[in-house]
Design a protein around this ligand. Structure first.
Ligand code: UT7
Length: 368
């Protein structure tokens, strides 16, 4: 059975920074309250040209560059997002087109902030089954588009960004090991965007009552999060046949410093074992774990051969953890063509495919 190695990683965040100071001019809040209660200092906000697909595509290309893999080598793209471009088609397909991943299947995965863990596990399982070799897992969000900027309970927490991992099959032991995925739909009302789906389609009423914005019972989500983080981490470690002491680092979902502190206390581990960068990005939902992992590598906290656990929780309710041995790139392929060139050619390919469909329609008619 092949192992699923993490061989590439990348991130993309908007350049626009929104500080606590900026927010204090918009709603009744202040820097001290936000830092004390959450640990967040600033977050990134997408501009009008950026979207979940554009950020996801940039993170994907960065990850492919590290893996030295071409988009056309990909068999599967899994895009985890709670802020997709549309209800359908899948944002994964838009990214597939943007990066020119001509052979890849593509689908979206909706498990909120736990989505990247779910996606990694699904990608790894697909590799282990032998049905695919190269998988791209993306976590991308433009949460700013679903925030009521007058709601101080919500607008201080979230930010935009994307992260991506490349998973590759290899007979060499390593990569993804034990993983757990959990859910409890009885808490589905605790964190949601109530309208815009089939239950409450968009209407003048849903717009007027702000039902298309993120709604949350912060206290309940907080209590739930502090209960599940340590347990899920332990489950993934035990499933891998490891001990907590084996871990070089834990990369948790970046929601609130106090939640991460509680997980550290629950596991009786020093806080230094946890990668934290929520002070600069806020909560980027499913993108927070891959963004934190990329920065952990950049800061030398996560190296080849290290044992790591990724652990998250979120709307659904969902939670989960995945244990992995960090690999780094496999043997470099030394392609003459570079993955970063693909986004230049992909629009041409996309245009030719659209033109081909148009010409075919003109010649043969549009009847089935
Ligand atoms: O990915 C999962 C996403 N969600 C989460 O992770 C959220 C989990 N929950 C949390 O992180 C915390 O519950 C929050 C940060 C959302 C809130 O912190 P809290 O310690 O639970 O505060 P609270 O809601 O109990 O509010 C305490 C006080 C209240 O005032 P009173 O009633 O004590 O007078 C609030 O009205 O703070 C007030 N408050 C604020 N004050 C200044 C609430 N939001 C703000 C604010 N600025 N932004």
């Amino acid at each position: 059975m092949p192992y699923a190695h993490i061989t590439g990683w990348g991130m993309s965040v908007p350049s626009k920074v929104l500080t606590n100071e900026d927010l204090s001019k918009m709603v009744d809040t202040n820097d001290e309250w936000i830092r004390d209660r959450t640990g967040i200092r600033e977050r990134r906000i997408a501009d009008e040209r950026q979207s979940s697909a554009s950020l996801g595509a940039e993170a994907a290309i960065a990850a492919l560059k590290i893996a030295d893999l071409l988009p056309s080598d990909l068999d599967l793209i899994i895009c985890s997002t709670s802020t997709p471009e549309h209800i359908f088609p899948a944002t994964a397909c838009i990214i597939q087109d943007k990066i020119g991943a001509s052979k890849a299947g593509a689908f979206d995965l909706s498990a909120a902030c736990s989505g990247f863990i779910y996606g990694l596990n699904m990608g790894a399982q697909a590799i282990r089954s032998g049905s695919v070799k190269n998988v791209l897992v993306i976590g991308t969000e433009t949460l700013s588009r679903f925030i009521d900027w007058k709601d101080r309970n919500i607008c201080i927490l979230f930010g935009d960004g994307a992260g991506a991992f490349v998973l590759q099959a290899s007979e060499k032991p390593g990569g993804a090991f034990g993983a757990v995925m959990h859910s409890d739909g009885s808490g589905s009302d605790l964190l949601s965007i109530p309208a815009g789906g089939s239950r409450n389609p968009a209407s003048e009423l849903t717009l007027r009552t702000g039902m298309h914005f993120i709604h949350m019972d912060g206290k309940e989500v907080f209590r739930f999060a502090t209960r599940v983080m340590a347990g899920a981490t332990l489950e993934a470690v035990e499933k891998s046949g490891w001990k907590l002491e084996d871990l070089a680092i834990i990369v948790p979902h970046q929601a609130n410093q106090r939640i991460i502190d509680a997980a550290a206390r629950g596991l009786k581990l020093p806080i230094e074992k946890f990668m934290v960068n929520l002070d600069r990005y806020g909560n980027t939902s499913t993108a927070s774990i891959p963004i934190a992992a990329v920065e952990a590598v950049q800061q030398g906290k996560l190296k080849s051969g290290d044992k790591v656990v990724f652990v998250g929780f979120g709307a659904g309710l969902t939670w989960g953890a995945l244990a992995a041995e960090w690999t780094g790139p496999l043997e470099p392929a030394h392609h003459v063509v570079k993955p970063e060139w693909y986004p230049w050619f992909a629009p041409v390919r996309s245009f030719l495919r659209r033109a081909g469909r148009l010409i075919e329609g003109l010649i043969f008619g549009r009847k089935a």
